[in-house]
Each structure stands twice: as structure tokens, then as C-alpha cells.
Design a protein. Sequence first.
Length: 601
Amino acid sequence: MCGIYITNISFSEEEVKAKLKSIEFRGPDNLGFEKLDGISFGHLRLSIIDLDSRSDQPFSYKHLKIVFNGEIYNFKDIRNELIEKGYSFSTSSDTEVLLKGYDFWGKEVLDKLNGMFAFSIYDSISNKIFSARDRLGVKPFYYSWKDSRFEICSQLRPLITKNSKVSEEAISIYLDCGYVPSPYSIIEGIYKLPPGNYMEIDLVNGTKTITEFWNLKPVEYRDISYEQAKEELHKLLVDAVKIRLESDVPLGTFLSGGIDSALVSSIAAKVSQSKINTFTIGFEDPKYDESKVAKQFAEIIGSNHIETICGPNDALEMLPELIKVYDEPFADSSALPSLLLNKVTKKYATVALSGDGGDESFLGYTNYDLLKKFKKIEKIPFFIRKIFAIIPLHFFVGGKSETIKSILTTQNAEEFGWKIFTGFDTLQKKKIEQWERNYSSFKILASDSYQQMADLNIKLWLENDSNVKVDRASMASQVEVRSPFLDYRIIELARSLPVDFRYKDGVKKKMVRDILKEYIPEEVFNQPKRGFAVPLGSWIRENLKEEVLSELNDEFLKCVPNLDVLKFKKQLKAHFDSNLDYSNSIWKLFLLAKWYKEFKI
């Protein structure tokens, strides 16, 4: 886990190093810089495998030079294959394996990689730059391209200049999503390379091409028994955990009250040669606290358990850190406890395994329960629902009338799934929808509406919310997080299994639960899931009230492109004057205001 930078713009060494130092938290162990043929290479290293300086980057082999962020979990297998083909190795790092793999296979090396990665390789013979981003977008990749001049970096901040302008389209998307999805960024002219894509820059011809090397395929459900599928998944999970336990630094697992982290931790405890560390964040508010359940899990699997109870002040103290390390406005409030969890973890470990990705593949969120309810509403003829939506519903449902109307006028399950992730009640003055085409493939990859929502969950929310949250929160404390459920083999396997293997009769993640029974008694883990949420509504009313009202003043609100100011001000007033909860809307604008102040754009 590191930070990469490469450009053909004629910056001095001091300028490049200054850019990297602005995100030095990504890799404090070494700042590397080289210049070759007018190309500047920069790298921040967080040492995980082969701690020796011989594996520092930029790393060279023959006519190739690489800057690489991430981990290749199967690098030993690829290394052995390359040794059979005549290659020798001077380090024990995955960086050398990746570079020599590219030397032998070219872009086809991507098909061999199992890992999280973002890298750029310069070929001084062909005078080309080859860059790629992992299949699920676990690792970030920002770039700018104008008049054959480019910059590539792991984060946005080093690419922002005094002349940078905010993208009004990105702001509009943010008002709905609470994040800026790829390929957009919050800054005009700076983009994200989509997951599962590679980018080739021809420096001779001054051209740039982007090509997809992996994506979700049309669903073809396998003819397989439940027990066979469960055994296959279990074996794959064990392997996914094993290959993520490779580390030359202390390691542990994140353990919440959920079944995904419980299963990852259970497998890790069983296959690890030493007692594992587990880390939990709890909340003083019992409605949000899962620490007692996590402690039960830890006692059963026999881990060294480190528990941190989080009060409002503990989490809110992380707010300046959130603004500093996330680069773009990011309104997932669980980023605050995530930052705190990684801060605690760093005292004991540099690598942590997590349960991220289980909900996406195995239909674990409440979204699927909501979809199940909507499918009943969908049976009511659309014209009748439209008539009901005309009725002044606020007399019956109060401040949620707009949401109810939006649900009633949702034509089908596809549209409902989209609104789950972008909101039923927009803050946009004029709805911007052009960007949605980038994610519309979920409608045609599967015929089942539950799988469609799962695919949208993977392609839109997982990359742009969950993975961003985990990457920045972990990097802020120099922790590397590895997620076995994000192994692309598990993603592909899950999508080949009938939906009722995963979600049946309202039971979410059925197969994962049945595997977990082999490690932890069902009565222990079969408890209500609270998620990694925070009591945001009460925090805004109490702890943050003065700051929120100060930041969200008329002057700021009028400057936000495409914001329905009148509508938002009504929501803001209602949140403070009644029991109605508009914390999501308020948090989006509050963090946007903080972002503007931080970057002074």
C-alpha cells in the first residue's frame, strides 16, 4: 500500500517531492524519485513485503520502470512460473514479480494477477506508459490528460493547481450519491481510471487509450447443489484468507458484530500459525454498538482482542483528518469510526483483514429487504400509483412525503435499485442523469432484480464509497486493509450461484451464515446487525449544531452549483425543529463546505 506519481510535465524534483509530501501518509517508509527521458517518477512506500530498501520504488528492470501501489496476493505462484521461464529475482517483493511479468506477458499479465493494484510502467524502448487498476477498484488511480501532457497519482490533492476548477457535473452527482463516482473527479480535467481497465499512453504520437480487461459478465447460474456450492465457496474463502496473510509486518483482522468479519476472522484464526489480533470499534450508544457480540466472537475463535469504545467526541475529533485525507467531498459518515479503527489498529498491526465485500456478493444489505417490499408495490398498476402520489401525503407521513411519492412513481425494480443508491429525494435543482449511463449495464447482465441490485452495488457503491472509505481511512494511519470477499474469484463464483442460495425468505447471506456455523454457534452470530453507522442525526442536533449552521450559511449555499437551496433550507430547519431526520442531506453539504475551505477552490 503506497502512493504513486508519474508525469511528463517538466516539474523539478523539488516540486514532485512537494506533491508527494502532501499525501505522505500513504507511505512514510520511503519517498523515491527518479527522472528518465523527461518522465518524473515518484513513489511513497509503506513497507509490507520485503522490508529491505532493495524493493524501494521506482523499480527498474532492463528498459522498464514501475511505480506500483497495492499487493499481488498470488505473486509467489507467478514468480515460480517466471523462474521456470528463465527469470531470476534479486528481491522477495511482488513489485519485481509484477514488472518481470509485464516484461514477459505484456498486458496479458493482468489476467494472472490476483490482488489490489494501481500501477504505471514506462517502457523506454517503445516510449509508452502502461497503467492499470485492479478489477474492483480497491486501489485509487487519478490522472489528468491535456495536449499530450499527463499526470498520474494515487490521490487527487497533488494534481490540484491554483487554476483548478470544480466540476459542476461532479457536484450535482455528489448531491445525490454523497461521493463522486469514476470516471469523474470533483475537479475539471482530472479523472479516475475505472476499475478493471488499463490505460496506454503513446508518448511518440501523443495519444491515450483506455481499454477494459475485466468486468462483470452476463449471469449464467450454474447447475449445482447447495451443498456443493457451499463447499466450493468455503474452500475459496479459506484460500482467499490464506494468501492475504502473507506479510513481513504484524497482522490482524477487523471484527465487528457482523458475520462477514466473523467468518474472515474465524478462518484466519484457524489457518494462522500464531494467535491473531482482532480489532473492534464500539459505540457508547447501545443502538449502534456491536462490541459485545464481537467480544463473544473473539472468545470463541481465541484471538487477542482489542476493543475501543467510541463516544461522539472521539469520532468527531477525526473530522479534520477526514477532510485532509479524502481529497474529494465524501459523505459516508462511517468514515469517522473507520479512521478511528485504523488509528487504534496501527498500535498493534500494519496489515488488517476485513469483511468488506460480503454484503455485495451475498445480498446482505437491507436494500434487498426493501426491494422485496417494493416488488409488492410494483404489482399495483403504475397509473394507480401515480394517482396516489398526487395526494398531499405530508398529512399522513410528514416530512417523508417526497420519498413516498418517489417510491410510488418508480416504474420498476430496475429504477428502484438505482434510487436505492442515488436517493429517492434529490437535492439537485435540475436532475443530471447523463453520468448514469456509465453504470447502466446492471440492467442487462442479469434478469433477476436481486442480482441486478447486487451488480449495481458492486459497480457503483463498492468502488466509489466502500473502497474509497477503506483506502483513505487505512492509509491515514499507515495500515493496509485486505478484503478476502473482494477476491475476484469469489465475486465471480457468487454471481454464478442461484439467488436463493444467498437470499431466501428474507434471510440474507444464507450460504455465508451456513459456513460460519462451522466456526461459531448460530445463536451467537444470529443477532440483529447494526452496521458501522454512527448516530449522525443526534450529533448534528447536539455536538455539531453551531458548526453546521455556521458552515451552511446563505453565502455558501448559493455558491453550490445546481443545489435546490430552498428545499435544502427547509430540510435543515425541519431537522433542528422536529424529529424528522435529514442528516444525510445536511452531512453532504457540511462536508462539501469543509472541502471548499480545505482546498480553497
